[in-house]
Design a protein around this ligand. Structure first.
Ligand SMILES: [Mn+2]
Length: 380
């Protein structure tokens, strides 16, 4: 307990440091690059108006997934290759972030990483891309979630660069596309991302893992993941991780990461007992409502301990009137859970989707039982 109370305190102090440094350095960098320009710009702004705003576009932004090592590592490699700032979001927060950047008159190029689209979001997504392209913003969409082929067509028509392969994690694809702009350490960042996305056995992912001692890569990926999962409510810490990875730090070189991982491991071990006590089963799945942690941290235990090939964990987001749902399939699960959940969630007024054996959804609170019973029917 002492350790548990001690560590977050040190963490807070580092986070605070980064709170100020992250923002300052990033803004400083932009200012540095454009000091002279902005000086003249400001003057120019006063006299002319629209012509200037066009040439004003200097900003690079990467919107990436904040919940796992693949999203954080993608943002880190984009930062190493192109500079700029990251905006880290979860799936439901993605559209809000896009609505925000679309109004940014300084935006020059936008990278969108590891954020799948669903039936519910894809039309609005394309509309926002249209507006950005009208403003001559260059856009690169890099992902590995299942995607509607018509969306890819629409994006390519708009000259959005689409890098999409369901067979490699996003960071490996970022690495592969931009290796000439990245240093050697980027291979390690990509390896860790592949491990956490269960994709270190894929053609590119496995080649990267071969470069490193397997156990060293596994412990690094795991510690990184636990630090990401345990800091979901501290956006500045997550941005700090992006910076440190972009600057070629190993997870063990980032202060307190192993100590923090130990706290997470202890929490997870308590989860095993809770899941054993609270889990329910249906014919084809195990499910459980989670009250005091994230659903995604519990879902693998729900699947594993239920003895079923599909596990569902759901947590209420009280102020939103919804459940955040995580779904996992075992290796024996032969259906594409991401596709099924995308359709089912949309039918129930929510949204969702993802991979064949790992996906998530947002479900309106009154529909959660229906979601589980329907999913149970659809996966036999
Ligand atoms: Mn991913």
């Amino acid at each position: 307990m002492l350790a548990a109370t001690k560590k977050p305190a040190t963490k807070k102090s580092t986070t605070k440091k980064t709170k100020t440094t992250t923002k300052k350095t990033t803004t400083k960098k932009v200012v540095k690059k454009t000091t002279k320009k902005t000086a003249t710009k400001k003057v120019a702004k006063k006299t002319t108006t629209k012509k200037v705003t066009k040439s004003n576009r200097t900003k690079v932004i990467c919107i990436s997934h904040k919940e796992d090592a693949d999203g954080i590592s993608s943002a880190a490699l984009i930062r190493q290759a192109f500079g700029g700032d990251a905006i880290l979001v979860d799936y439901p927060g993605q559209m809000e972030a896009l609505q925000q950047v679309v109004t940014d008159e300084k935006l020059k190029s936008l990278y969108i990483c590891d954020l799948g689209l669903s039936k519910k979001t894809q039309d609005e997504f394309i509309d926002i891309m249209k507006t950005l392209r009208k403003n001559k913003v260059s856009i690169t969409y890099i992902d590995h979630h299942d995607i509607d082929p018509n969306v890819v067509k629409s994006l390519e028509k708009l000259k959005v660069k689409v890098i999409h392969d369901i067979n490699e994690c996003t960071t490996v694809q970022v690495y592969n596309a931009y290796k000439s702009k990245l240093n050697e350490h980027a291979t390690f960042v990509a390896t860790c991302a592949a491990i956490t996305d269960y994709m270190e056995d894929r053609p590119l992912g496995s080649k990267l893992l071969q470069m490193y001692d397997r156990q060293f890569a596994l412990i690094s990926a795991t510690v990184l993941t636990y630090n990401i999962v345990g800091h979901q409510k501290e956006p500045d810490y997550l941005l700090y991780l992006v910076e440190e990875l972009a600057e070629s730090k190993f997870p063990h070189d980032i202060p307190n990461t192993f100590e923090f991982a130990q706290i997470q491991v202890e929490k997870l071990s308590q989860m095993i007992a809770k899941v054993k006590a609270g889990m329910k089963t249906m014919k084809n799945l195990g499910h459980m409502e989670i009250l005091d942690s994230g659903a995604s941290g519990a879902v693998n235990f729900v699947m594993g301990l239920s003895g079923k090939d599909v596990g569902v964990a759901y947590k209420e987001r009280v102020d939103h009137g919804i459940y955040a749902v995580s779904v996992r399939g075992s290796k024996n699960c032969k259906v594409h859970l991401g596709k099924i959940v995308n359709l089912l969630a949309t039918d129930l007024g929510g949204s969702g989707g993802g991979h064949d054996r790992a996906c998530g959804a947002v479900i309106p609170k009154p529909k959660i039982k229906k979601f589980i019973t329907e999913l149970n029917k659809k996966i036999k």
